[in-house]
Ligand binder design. Structure first.
Ligand SMILES: [Zn+2]
Length: 288
């Protein structure tokens, strides 16, 4: 328990350092600043030629945080998810939490460092993937599903909490949910606008400092989607920009869903620490 408190303290200090205003939980910069009336600049002085000189208002950093928060597209039900309110009920959840904390601690200090050093992918996978379970005889299905449950163990909660922590530290984070995102991309592809919408969407996913991908591999596989998975995973891999993901597939069935090439790139170990783990445990949502 003490170890956890220390980690939380460290992370808190880190996020304080990069946000000059501790008022950050204040509603996403929606309330207009009384100092600058939302202009984000304030009058400083007149120069020798009589021109008015304006300087950035103190609210600017806080608003930038709010914009990043908004742009990240945090799902409604996880707006309040953070590391402090993640509940550790068993060893599995303890392991998930510890790995999350370790990843955040080793994360590059700022955007510049991230662009230079890059960061590893981080992922929670199932031990027995959905695809494998679906292929079982119906009478075996529920036993295996129960024994190797992968739902309600807080994967999304933890990863949204990570996203929020990284946003506070100044990173541009983009969160996508697999089915919705893949549907939108496929619709955009069919639009009659010379690929403008499609490319715009693709570019925000490729350019984000951190991409959080919820439930990757859930969308019904098609050849077009497989191509898209590979493009995103591979482009980010080449730039060493991280993807934080979770999936209800296991490390091998995920390949059947997103394609072998994308899967191996996504899971690639590289050197040193490995941040993709298999998770299973009790569905705590049902217990409550
Ligand atoms: Zn202001």
């Amino acid at each position: 328990m003490e170890a956890m408190a220390t980690v939380m303290q460290k992370l808190r200090e880190r996020s304080m350092m990069s946000t000059s205003n501790s008022n950050e939980t204040n509603k996403l910069g929606e309330t207009k600043c009384p100092k600058c009336f939302g202009m984000e600049v304030v009058f400083s002085h007149k120069d020798d030629d009589g021109y008015e000189i304006y300087i950035p208002c103190v609210c600017r950093d806080r608003n930038a945080w709010g914009r990043r928060f908004k742009n990240a597209l945090i799902p409604e039900e996880f707006v309040h998810a953070n590391l402090e309110n993640y509940q550790i009920n068993d060893d599995n959840q303890r392991e998930m939490f510890d790995l999350t904390a370790k990843y955040l601690e080793s994360f590059p200090a700022d955007r510049k460092a991230l662009q230079k050093e890059g960061a590893k992918n981080f992922g929670f996978t199932a031990t027995i993937g959905e695809q494998r379970i679906r292929a079982l005889r119906p009478e075996d299905r529920s036993e295996i599903k129960h024994k190797h449950n992968n739902f309600g163990i807080g994967k999304t909660h933890l990863q949204i909490a990570m996203a929020k922590q990284l946003i506070k530290q100044g990173f541009n984070v983009f969160i996508v949910s697999d089915v919705t995102f893949m549907d939108e991309m496929m619709n955009a592809k069919r639009m009659n606008d010379d690929g403008e919408t499609y490319n715009k969407m693709l570019s925000s996913v490729l350019k984000a400092d951190v991409l959080v991908w919820d439930d990757i591999g859930k969308a019904k596989p098609t050849e077009a989607k497989e191509g898209l998975y590979y493009t995103i995973v591979n482009e980010r891999y080449k730039r060493k920009q991280p993807i934080i993901f979770n999936t209800n597939e296991d490390k091998s069935t995920l390949a059947d869903r997103i394609g072998y090439a994308a899967n191996s790139r996504l899971l690639e170990r590289g050197q040193g620490e490995y941040y993709v783990i298999e998770t299973e445990g009790i569905d705590w949502r049902l217990k409550k």
